[in-house]
Design a protein around this ligand. Structure first.
Ligand code: NAD
Ligand code: NA
Length: 396
């Protein structure tokens, strides 16, 4: 079939298999161009199919020759219906890994469940024995709790009062005022259950008990801080409470890994266009202004540049891992530079529907958004008949 983007709100209902494959190949080429990293050898990536998790899997494999197991929750294709992009990304990743002689297997299912944890542990035992790095990169709006069966939903709300600010509909470029009602205690608790650190700790506990964590194993989860303008809806809102919890969990996990000399880190990453971040009000406007400035300064990065730098300059530089006063790795350092933030804050005040395509990088935002679904890549013939029924080798 000929596959075109079909937008519905903040998502695209279709994905292009060859475009997704091109995206994966581009990321692999980038990592290879930066040279070998003396990094991990056997890696589990939880949330491996898109965004920062995919970039982590690619950097592990093609930067450090690692065997990788990827866990994700993606939709398989059906006749006349495309798969979700993470499905095609993972199919392409496995093909490229195979060509390079690298072990790669994937598990598609709910990472929050006991079953998928057990299946993953069994696969590690059977094929790899142990892993020396576990990347935790889930972004999900819901979590069914494995003990209670309760389905928790996360929210993106301010805490303590209504928040009003500018936002943009990046499809139309329309800048408008958005007001978001404050969360109640239940919203906060639910968001912490979904996006906090409990599930990360469960993974590590169960992996340790099963003996599949190598001595000295490292685990990393991803967080975000961001600027003052997004604080009420992000870092000081419900999702921020979940990130506080995630960051606190890193210390608990490190304590629990003392006897195997293991270590848990949170890495604070840059704001990027992903499926998760596009759904957060205010953030797309911030990102479009930020991109403009960071590109002009030559310091713009995507997921792959961020994670390549995380491995090469932070985790596996051969020197002690640099952290901030809260023990976090910071690869949002360029985003948070004073000069960059001052420029964003000035543009923020000015931004309107009329001037955003000039003062902000709306085109870059839209392009990145299309790229998430495999559209807009050079070298892909989007008019050609394309097989949507692409399978993932290790799953089919
Ligand atoms: P993403 O939406 O691109 O990726 C989410 C991944 O989680 C996918 O692989 C998806 O399949 C998987 N997933 C979701 N629910 C699952 C489930 N129930 N079981 C198994 N897999 C599941 O998101 P992302 O933006 O890469 O976010 C990853 C992490 O990075 C999050 O913790 C996010 O908060 C953080 N982060 C994001 C940004 C940003 O701007 N995008 C910035 C800093 C930190
Ligand atoms: Na991810």
């Amino acid at each position: 079939m000929i596959i075109e983007p079909r937008m519905r709100g903040f998502i695209c209902l279709t994905a292009h298999p060859e475009g997704c494959a091109q995206n994966v190949k581009n990321q692999i080429e980038y990592v290879k161009s930066k040279g070998a990293i003396d990094g991990p050898k056997k890696v589990l990536v939880i949330g491996a199919s898109t965004g920062f998790g995919l970039a982590s899997r690619i950097t592990s494999a093609f930067g450090s020759n690692a065997a990788t197991i990827g866990v994700f929750f993606e939709k398989a294709p059906a006749a006349g219906k495309t798969a979700s992009p993470g499905w095609y990304n993972s199919a392409a990743f496995e093909n490229e890994a195979e060509k390079a002689g690298l072990y790669a297997k994937s598990i598609n299912g709910d990472a929050f469940s006991k079953e998928i944890k057990q299946q993953t542990i069994d696969l590690i035992k059977a094929d790899l024995g142990q892993v020396d790095l576990v990347i935790y990169s889930l972004a999900s709006p819901v979590r069914q709790h494995p003990e209670t069966g309760v389905l928790h939903r996360s929210t993106l709300k301010p805490i303590g009062g209504t928040f009003s600010n500018k936002t943009v509909d990046f499809h139309t470029g329309k800048v408008s005022e958005v007001s978001i009602e404050p969360a109640n205690e239940e919203d906060i608790a639910n968001t912490v259950v979904v996006m906090g650190g409990e599930d990360w700790a469960m993974w590590i506990d169960q992996m340790k008990a099963a003996g599949v964590l190598a001595p000295g194993a490292t685990t990393v989860a991803y967080s975000y801080i961001g600027p003052e303008v997004t604080e009420p809806v992000y870092r000081k809102g419900t999702i921020g409470r979940a990130k506080d919890h995630l960051e606190a969990t890193a210390f608990e996990i490190t304590d629990s890994l003392q006897d195997i000399d293991g270590k848990a880190y949170v890495s604070v990453n840059k704001a990027l266009v992903t499926q998760a971040s596009s759904a957060i009000p205010v953030i797309p406007l911030y990102i479009s202004l930020l991109y403009k400035i960071m590109k002009a300064d030559g310091i713009h990065e995507g997921c792959i540049e961020q994670i390549q730098r995380l491995y090469q300059d932070r985790l596996y530089s051969g020197k002690p891992v640099p952290t901030d006063d809260k023990g976090r790795i910071r690869i949002d350092d360029w985003e948070m530079r004073d000069d960059v933030q001052a420029e964003v804050a000035a543009l923020w005040k000015e931004a309107t529907t009329e001037n955003l395509s000039e003062i902000g990088d709306l085109a870059g935002y839209k392009n990145d958004f299309l790229n998430l679904f495999g559209f807009g890549f050079e070298g892909v013939d989007y008019d050609a008949d394309t097989n949507e029924l692409v399978q993932i080798k290790s799953i089919s």
